[in-house]
Design a protein around this ligand. Structure first.
Ligand SMILES: Cc1ncc(C[n+]2csc(CCOP(=O)(O)OP(=O)(O)O)c2C)c(N)n1
Ligand SMILES: [Mg+2]
Length: 311
């Protein structure tokens, strides 16, 4: 597999020498990706997506309306979780978006279970699970990968390795810092990808989707990336320098991808200005909707607390 390590990891004492941090199963040929756009869109909609607590963008990408997301942030009855989930628990099974999970690593075994259910029911769906690198030290991560490979589950585990778990750097918390290489303990296919490069992430994900759909096999993808903001509003950020943040901002994925689109004549400055104006309008509309929506009825206090029995 061809992926480039990011600058910070290429010299890591924990990266395998002479490789890009990639440990694919040797007997497996590189997947050829040649699906047409309609097929890819269909696969994306069918795909079950589950991630950690910063799920807002992906919730919208999967099809939850910006209004329903904003109303949920406001704790309003019109929110996608009826105002009972809040920021970290956006959920809508109708668009195959399974949360929003606040317990670090909690979504990883859930994803494994979802992938098992899909295989058992022969639904042909792929489950994609996102988590931060801090979750990798959890036992649940290792138990899940072991089961997924053993039972050949169509699940893609995507670790967004942004070098810090809250204010703790990876170097201080993880003995083997090359996350992708951990998959070899379970004989699972894996790749380390420049997570700042939209197209490289797209290609790696397509390879993993193909592996899941055609071979019913899991993949671990390590997306090497960075977080500019603090972990939360109470993060003082004194564990890193301004210069470090600025270094990564130069490679901002939106900035870089916009340039690719412009250089290839796909977007003009005018198109970009229009998209930005449209997004601003959508956000304002969502805020108005959330503001004007009612708070949940007290009668709803005990509804949706437990799942309905399985039919
Ligand atoms: C089981 C568990 N332990 C501790 C916490 C508190 N906590 C919230 S986020 C976090 C670290 C998350 O690190 P990472 O996933 O790398 O996210 P990032 O800081 O990069 O946003 C911790 C320890 C938690 N939510 N769940
Ligand atoms: Mg992190």
């Amino acid at each position: 597999m061809s992926s480039q390590p990011t600058e910070r990891n290429s010299s890591s004492k924990n990266s395998p020498a002479g490789s890009a941090g990639v440990l694919d199963r040797p007997e497996e040929p590189a997947a050829q990706v040649n699906e047409d756009r309609d097929t890819l869109v269909k696969i994306f909609h069918q795909m079950l997506l589950i991630r950690r607590f910063d799920e807002h963008g992906q919730a919208i990408a999967k099809g939850i309306s910006p209004e329903a997301v904003m109303a949920e942030l406001y704790g309003k009855a019109t929110g996608c979780s009826h105002g009972k989930g809040g920021s970290m628990h956006l959920f809508d099974v109708d668009v195959n978006f399974l949360g929003g999970h606040a317990i670090v690593g909690g979504q990883i075994p859930l994803a494994t279970g979802v992938a098992f259910a899909c295989k058992y029911r022969e639904t042909d769906q792929v489950t994609v699970c996102f988590f931060g690198e801090a979750a990798v030290n959890q036992g649940a991560f290792h138990e899940s990968l072991n089961m997924a490979q053993l039972w050949k589950l169509p699940c893609i585990y995507i670790c967004e390795n942004n070098m810090y778990g809250m204010g703790t750097s990876l170097e201080r918390a993880m003995s083997l810092q090359n996350v992708a290489s951990k998959a070899c303990a379970y004989e699972m296919a894996s790749e380390s990808v420049d997570g700042m490069d939209v197209l490289k992430m797209r290609e790696a994900t397509q390879r993993a989707v193909k592996r899941a759909r055609e071979g019913s096999l899991p993949t671990l993808i390590e997306a090497r990336t960075y977080r500019y903001m603090g972990h939360s509003m109470s993060d003082p950020g004194n564990y890193r320098t301004r210069a470090e943040i600025e270094k990564y901002q130069e490679r901002d994925p939106i900035k870089v991808f916009t340039k690719v689109m412009k250089d290839n004549g796909i977007l003009t400055d005018k198109d970009i200005a229009e998209i930005e104006a449209q997004v601003k309008e959508e956000v304002e509309k969502a805020v108005r909707f959330a503001d004007e929506s009612p708070i949940p009825d007290p009668k709803e206090l005990y509804t949706d607390v437990y799942a309905s029995p399985i039919n």
